[in-house]
Design a protein around this ligand. Structure first.
Ligand SMILES: [Fe+2]
Length: 285
């Protein structure tokens, strides 16, 4: 395979029983900008994009999905063709779906674990400048995308084949014990996606990266002051070397809030096996 070029993780669509439960957490703790969307949808801004995260009411929506950005409409056509060539059913986004995502083009399919994968191009900017919900230096986005997602899958092998061989992601490193996991990149960010084989099909966490380690430290103070569950204490990952903590979100899954992620150079990178996820900290609650 090979001409498909996925650039970055562009957006997330998640669900919550009441999306507005996210508003205070997202703005005052994380420093995002929470803006009401249509109906009960809540949009979260992290940069000059219209939104990076959409939170929909849990009842009647399709659950977690994510949007991977390609360069333009031509690249989207190439992607659709390559997916269909390997027998993946591809559906074009409806006018309503394009409007709610504020994108020019979108196609979607399911990965082997049943997660909805969207590929898109032409994201809109927001109305006016990004205004952080608290005083932070900013989120590291741009060509690196909005952060990373870690998905739980029942079977690792078919999922890795799909993202690597069909979507063109590159393996950064992998773990065989105490559980099987593969970390993949689409740009210099060490991983935009990680897949964990844990018997179920669900979102484990997503990560957002801050420009300053003090943004993370203040966020850690705020999470504890607000009585939000710290799912993993402050620590440093072995592979992307990120200093981060994990908080329990209003949706139940975890959010990693970090700084200092390592950037991979494809010209010299060699995937290797990991034997530990963290060099210090990250103690589970
Ligand atoms: Fe992570």
């Amino acid at each position: 395979m090979g001409t498909m070029d996925v650039q970055s993780l562009g957006y997330l669509r998640i669900t919550a029983e009441d999306p507005h439960n996210w508003a205070g957490f997202a703005s005052h703790v994380l420093g995002m900008e929470a803006i009401p969307g249509d109906g009960d949808v809540l949009h979260l801004r992290m940069d000059d994009r219209h939104h990076r995260i959409a939170i929909e009411p849990a009842n009647g929506s399709e659950g977690f999905s994510y949007g991977w950005e390609v360069a333009d409409a031509a690249a989207l056509d190439v992607a659709a063709g390559e997916l269909e060539a390997v027998g993946v059913a591809v559906t074009a986004g409806t006018k309503t779906e394009l409007e709610s995502r504020r994108v020019a083009g979108m196609i979607h399919c399911l990965d082997p674990a049943g997660h909805r994968v969207e590929l898109f191009c032409g994201a809109d900017g927001g109305d006016g400048e990004f205004t952080p919900g608290r005083d932070i230096s900013g989120f590291k986005t741009g060509e690196l995308g909005l952060g990373h997602v870690v998905l739980m899958v029942p079977e690792l092998e078919p999922a890795v084949r799909f993202y690597q061989d069909v979507l063109g992601f590159r393996v950064s490193d992998y773990m065989l014990a105490p559980f099987k996991a593969t970390f993949l990149h689409t740009n210099p960010r060490h991983h935009s996606l990680a897949l964990l084989e844990v018997g179920v099909s669900a979102l484990h966490h997503f990560m957002v990266e801050l420009d300053d380690v003090d943004d993370v430290g203040r966020g850690y103070d705020l999470v504890q002051a607000e009585g939000i569950e710290v799912a993993r204490t402050l620590g440093r990952h072995t592979n992307d070397r990120m200093i981060s903590f994990y908080a329990r979100t209003p949706s139940g899954f975890e959010l990693e809030y970090g700084w200092g992620g390592y950037l991979v150079d494809d010209a010299s990178w060699e995937p290797c096996e990991l034997t530990a996820t963290s060099s210090w900290g990250h103690t589970p609650a």
